[in-house]
Every structure is written in C-alpha cells, then in structure tokens.
Design a protein around this ligand. Structure first.
Ligand code: SF4
Ligand code: SF4
Length: 82
C-alpha cells in the first residue's frame, strides 16, 4: 500500500483517480485504506494518485509492504467482491 504524508495540502485530485476507492478525506488530511490500495496493480502501470499529486506526498507505506503477487491477489479479491 501507499500512504499519504502530512505534507498533503487537501487538494482532492487523488481521490477521484483511485480505481479502488482507497482514498478518503480523513480528519486533517487525505488518507489511504491499506486494505483497498493495490498500488494500482491490476488497473494501471503506475500508481495514479502518485501521478497526480502536486506535492509528491504519497510514498510507499513501510508498514504495509507487499509483493506484486500479494497486490495482485488483493486486486482479484476486490474484483470478486465488486
Ligand atoms: Fe488508489 Fe492506486 Fe493510489 Fe493505491 S496507488 S491509493 S490503488 S490510486
Ligand atoms: Fe493530498 Fe496529494 Fe491527494 Fe492532494 S493529491 S489530496 S496533496 S495526497
């Protein structure tokens, strides 16, 4: 999963581009639900939120490191639920 740091300026451009609806407005800044973020695996070649963020505040979350296989597995489970 990726994470949003406190450098977020609440511009709201990332939320609509997430294919998994993993991004939401938190109490102070936008946040990513790690159970929904596939790092865009299954949908796009590159993380769409990182592509659009104007302040580059969406790094990999070191507390939720996942292999490509794990991300693909998460994607397939999310698709099955949809
Ligand atoms: Fe959503 Fe992709 Fe960003 Fe994860 S990397 S929060 S799936 S846009
Ligand atoms: Fe925050 Fe970046 Fe998302 Fe804008 S695009 S809301 S600055 S994380």
């Amino acid at each position: 999963s990726l994470k949003i740091t406190d450098e977020c300026i609440n511009c709201d451009v990332c939320e609509p581009v997430c294919p998994n609806q993993a991004i939401y407005q938190g109490i102070e800044i936008y946040e990513i639900d790690p159970s929904l973020c596939t790092e865009c695996v299954g949908h796009f070649e590159v993380p769409q939120c990182q592509r659009v963020c104007p302040v580059n505040c969406i790094p990999l979350d070191p507390e939720h490191e996942e292999s490509r296989e794990q991300l693909l597995d998460k994607y397939q489970k999310l698709v099955a639920l949809a």
